[in-house]
Each structure stands twice: as C-alpha cells, then as structure tokens.
Write a new protein. Structure first.
Length: 214
C-alpha cells in the first residue's frame, strides 16, 4: 500500500476549482468537499507525509480546520451538513493518529508498504531478556511504592523518547534506501519494542491512578 508523496496532487474545490488548504472545505466559496478515499491522515491536515510532524502546526490545523468544518457553517443544506459532520470526524481521527508518535509510526509504516504488528512480531536482538528485566523492575517498583514508581515511569518515558528518535531517523533514511525491505523490517521491530514499553508505562500510570483514588 505504498503511497508516494511525490505522486499526490494538490486538491481543488469541486465547485470553484480553487486550490484547497483544508481539503474538506473551500475557504473561497465555502463548499464542503466530498470524501476522497485516496486522502490519508497527513493530507487531511494538510501536512507533509513524514514521521517528523510540526506539532505546533498540527494543533493549529486542528483548530482552524475544525472551525471551518463546524456543521453550523452548512446552514440548512442537509447534504452539506452531512459532509461537515463526516469531515469533522475524519479530521479528529487524523489528528488522533498523527499526534501520537507510536500510532503515527504504525500508520506511516503501513503507507510505506511495511508489515503490521500482527504480520510481524519480531523484536530487536536481546529485547526479550531486557523485557523480562523491565517487567521485574516494574513489579518491584509498584510493590515498593513511594518514589519508586515515578522513577521507573521516567525511565520508560526516556526509552520511548529514544525510540521515537530512532523511528524519526529510520523513516528519513527510508526515502533514499537501497535495501528498502530491510529498513522497513527494522522500523517494524522498533515499533514492536515501542508497543511493549508503552504498555509498561500505561500500567505504571494506571497503578498510580488507583493509588491516588484509594
């Protein structure tokens, strides 16, 4: 399912043919645009298709496009109102995926033709041993209480940041890769490792929440 950013064309309004910034509503004539099955989450937010996302621009696009897609802007036109509702839902879905580094990586890997987590569960060499040690560390920290869980949580956050940087480099290298398949496999392994650490961090935070509510 590889989709090259170079082959995409700028969308134009179906009513007035003006170029669209927000692909779901024309800023010129105000016409809501029909759904386009070729449009990915990056295009929905008018962002370049790459792992390194400008987070400030992502937030601005969400606010700007969300305002433009408010159903009240469709007035009494039932068809346009439906397009507004569907467009807002697509915008929110795209934002949810691109805001999260792991979900963004999974999504971009799929666009680039990589395998899903269900298709390839491989992890980097030595990860299984490290996973057992980390699992033990988490359990000991939760049992000890006090500052121990927070310290482990910070270490997990740093691991996820490092893996995010690894994904960033991997996707940049993918653009000019000679051995594309091996690089896609490496990205898949990094994402699999990231998924495990995310699960551990989620467990730590849920335990902390339960302690606060006790």
């Amino acid at each position: 399912m590889r989709m090259s950013a170079e082959t995409t064309t700028a969308p134009v309004c179906r009513q007035c043919a003006r170029p669209l910034v927000n692909p779901q509503r024309c800023a010129g004539c105000g016409t809501f645009q029909p759904a386009d099955p070729r449009r990915d989450h990056f295009a929905t937010l008018a962002l370049p298709r790459r792992f390194d996302v400008d987070e400030a621009l992502l937030e601005r696009r969400l606010v700007q496009f969300g305002r433009e897609l408010h159903p009240d802007r469709a007035a009494a036109d039932g068809c346009q109102r439906t397009l507004a509702v569907l467009g807002a839902a697509q915008l929110n879905e795209a934002y949810g995926v691109l805001k999260d580094p792991y979900r963004r990586g999974e999504y971009l890997l799929r666009l680039e033709g990589g395998r899903s987590a269900a298709e390839d569960k491989a992890v980097p060499d030595g990860f299984l041993e490290a996973m057992l040690e980390e699992r033990e560390e988490v359990e000991e920290a939760l049992a000890a209480g006090g500052e121990a869980p927070a310290a482990v949580e910070r270490r997990l956050e740093r691991k996820l940041e490092a893996l995010g940087a690894e994904l960033s480099l991997g996707f940049r290298e993918l653009a000019g890769a000679g051995d594309r398949a091996s690089r896609l496999d490496r990205l898949r392994r990094t994402l699999n490792e990231m998924a495990y650490h995310r699960g551990q961090l989620r467990e730590m935070r849920e335990a902390a929440h339960r302690r606060e509510g006790a």
